[in-house]
Write a protein that binds this ligand. Structure first.
Ligand code: AMP
Length: 114
């Protein structure tokens, strides 16, 4: 699947759409999900153009992969989730119900999760 530069997260990365930013570094951007499913629900996305976990894991550089994972941990610490715990996941492809075709990791926390 080719990367679509019109996807909503690409627009956020280009500054064409606003987001409620939590964290940013050279590799990743994190912002609150517009439709939160937990008291804390943040999305962490790589700055590179990757469609999904499949694309990212196959084609991202070691620095990009490390950067994204470090950003997930940094976001959790900044939001105070590291002590209480949290969940992260990446919906992938059709069966994973991935809606936005720019790789993203959901971070959920702030309460016991079902
Ligand atoms: P997924 O099903 O994993 O692709 O989830 C996409 C997520 O992106 C959903 O949880 C949406 O609520 C969220 N989302 C869509 N558009 C925006 C936006 N403009 N800002 C923040 N989150 C968004």
């Amino acid at each position: 699947m080719a990367y679509d530069r019109d996807n909503v997260f690409a627009k956020i990365l280009r500054g064409e759409l606003k987001c409620d930013k939590v964290y940013e570094d050279e590799h990743a951007l994190a912002f609150h999900d517009i439709n939160p499913l937990a008291p804390v629900h943040v999305l962490v996305i790589p700055k590179g153009e990757f469609v999904s976990m499949d694309d990212f894991s196959a084609n991202a550089s070691p620095e990009q992969i490390a950067g994204l994972f470090r950003a997930v941990g940094e976001v959790a610490r900044r939001l105070g989730l590291d002590g209480s715990g949290y969940r992260f996941l990446a919906n992938t492809g059709a069966h994973g119900h991935q809606e936005v075709a720019h790789f993203h990791v959901h971070v959920f926390g702030g309460a016991p999760l079902g």
